[in-house]
Each structure stands twice: as C-alpha cells, then as structure tokens.
Design a protein around this ligand. Sequence first.
Ligand code: ADP
Ligand code: ASP
Ligand code: MG
Length: 404
Amino acid sequence: MGLVVQKYGGTSVADAERIRAVADHVARTRRTGEDVVVVVSAMGKTTDDLLRLASDVSAVQPGRELDMLLTAGERISMALLCMALAELGVASASFTGSQAGIITDGHHTNAKILEVRGDRLREALAAGVVPVVAGFQGVSLDRDVTTLGRGGSDTTAVALAAALGATTCEIYTDVTGVFSADPRVVPEARRLRRVSFEEMLEIAATGGRVLALRSVEFARNHRVPLHVRSSFTWEPGTWVTEEVPDMEQAIVSAVTSDASEAKLTISGVPDRPGIAASLFRALADAAVNVDMIVQNTSHDGTTDISFTVPHTALKTALAIVGELAPKIDAGSVLADEDVAQVSLVGAGMKTNPGVTAKMFEALAGEQINIEMISTSPIRVSCMVRAGLAERAVRVLHQAFGLEG
Ligand code: ADP
Ligand code: ASP
Ligand code: MG
C-alpha cells in the first residue's frame, strides 16, 4: 500500500465538529492500509482575523512578525486534529513547518520552498504514526519562521507529496472539485472530471483560487497527481494530472475572473527604442509583477502605455513610474483600481480558431466593454470594469455551453 497526502482547507476544519469529521476520515483511510500524511490550514477565517488584528494594532507590520503571527493559525488546527485522532485510537503527532523540514528562502509572507527534509515525517510513518503538518509555513535558512503566501497550505501538501513519494495528493475543500466556473458565481457550473496541469495552471493563475498557483507548478514539475474533492460529501472529485492521450480536449474548460490587479496608464510616452525597456526594467528591479501590457499606435511621436500590476504592488509601481515619467519626457500617470480580468481556459483552443471572436461577441452582446486583452495558447483574458466581471463570467459560461 502506498502513501497519500491529505490536505484539509480552512472550512474543512472550521469547528470542533468538522475537525472530528476529518479525524474520522483519516482513521478510515488508515484502515484501508494506506499511510497518510495530513496537512491542515488554519480554522475557518483565522488567517483573515489575524491579519485584521495586526492592522488594528499597528500600521507597521514587519514581515518576520507577521509570519510569526499567521503561523499560529495552522498550529491550532494541527494540535486539535491530533487530539481528535487520539480519541479514535489513531496514533498521530503534529509538526510545524519547521519541524517537518520545510526549508524556504527568507522572503517573509511569500517565501518559496527551497528544500523538504522529511526525515522526521519518515520516522513517524515508519513508527506507524500519522504526521499532521501545519500548512502554509516553513523555516528560512536563517532559522526564521516564514509563510508561503495566501492559500499556501496547498503548496505544503504538494511539496510533501513530492518529497515523500506519495501516490496522490488529495486536496479536501468546500466544493466537490474543480468546476467550469466558480460555483458561487455560476451555480450551474459543471464539475470537471479531469484537468491537465497546464489548464489548471491557467485556471489558478487567472483567479480560480480552488488551488494555489504555486502548488500546481510544484505538482506539474514533480508529476504529483492531485485529487480535488469535498470534505463534506467525500465523493470523488477532480483529478489534475498530466495530459493523457485519450483526454477529451474541451475547447473551453473553464471561465475565471480575477479582481486582484489594477491598471496603470502612462500617456504621452515618446515612441522610441529603449523607453519601454527602461520602464519595465525599473518595475522588475522592484519585484513588481507586470501582467497585461498594451501600447497604442503612436500619434505625433508619442503613445500611451497601459499595464496591470497586483493591487498589493500598486503603491510601489506608482512611485517608480511617477519618478520615471518626467525623466523619459512622458505625460501623466493614471491608476485605475476598478478593473477585473475575465478569462477563458481550454486546451482545445490551440486547435480551434474563433474562440476569441466568440468571446468578444458574447461580451459585446451584453454591452461589456473590453479594455485590454492578453492571450496564451490555451487562454484568452479580457480586462473589464470590476462591477461587470461576474456578469461577464456568467455570459461567457452560457455562450460556450459549459453548464452541467
Ligand atoms: P480551502 O480553504 O479549502 O483552501 P479555498 O477557499 O481556498 O478553500 O478554495 C475553494 C473555493 O474556491 C471554493 O469555495 C470556490 O468558491 C472557489 N473557486 C473559484 N473558482 C473555482 C472553480 N473553478 N472550481 C471550484 N472552486 C472554485
Ligand atoms: N491559512 C492560510 C490562508 O488562509 C493558508 C491556507 O489556507 O492555505 O491563506
Ligand atoms: Mg485554498
């Protein structure tokens, strides 16, 4: 029998009853003869509550202390789950990220995993003990506690599954799998039976938060099959795997939306070589992640450049661009926070022309104006007014016949 990693998200361990239900399921899995490593998130909205508390206490939140604070959430879940398992007669032991050997870089609040030293977990498994690991956290080479970015427990689970050679990484959550759209926005969305890593990467990158983007990258790089499923119904969910030859290649698999970015426009930019390079070099050097970029055709030797950055990086981006604009003889700089990106994702797009045209027609039919466009071989994204994003998702879901 193999090893399975089971990750339980915040709603799955939100209260005492939920924690006991999770313990039951872990015990059931053990009875089938399988080894289990459990990864838990903080209970319910604990992480949000801790962040709010930090803001109430101080406007200055050093990353090191924020990480120390936030990692407390997952500690609570892991200890309580071990108690629930003890009552069921299942031997278990809790481990912080540091104890589990999750070594990260020192980038507080968004650290990257460098290495997983899973010795203590292997010892526990060999002794017949179920390791219960706090998700979302690690320890830096300087021995400081770090966190892996929001939703990071998914990444912990996949990293452990890769390091320990698990057959599957099960992601238990509050929906029954990955859907053709967020079921909270489109109630008639269809559950996907199987999704390729490539499609899942695009879904996660464009707002489908059911899996953290980094966890999908990790799963693809280490070929860890993911099974996204519900901790409320326990029914089989969605498999995220490498593309298999007989895999049905839907033209469009999912519609997503993402309101986490803002748009910046610089007007009157001189249209000559090197200007865009100096602008985007300055942003890159400040670690600002630029997503969509649009440059208009020039009139009288000047042009407008618009691009999007995460809301969290807007202040930094504005400072950089504000300083650079006079130096390159550009005009005004405008920030627009009221935008959202709506995307279509599907592996079959590669071989089916016309998806983009149909997308634009569907949005036009609802008088939804498209402000920016970007594409990949298996994705088309449009920037629209934030207030119209949910309507756009529903319109596109219907236009492409994705309902169950
Ligand atoms: P957890 O706390 O278990 O990690 P998350 O809130 O991070 O759960 O992710 C699950 C949520 O993702 C669902 O409740 C759902 O609203 C949202 N979601 C967004 N897009 C999708 C999608 N395409 N398929 C399924 N769920 C989605
Ligand atoms: N508790 C963390 C968060 O809310 C990590 C996670 O749930 O995956 O982002
Ligand atoms: Mg999550």
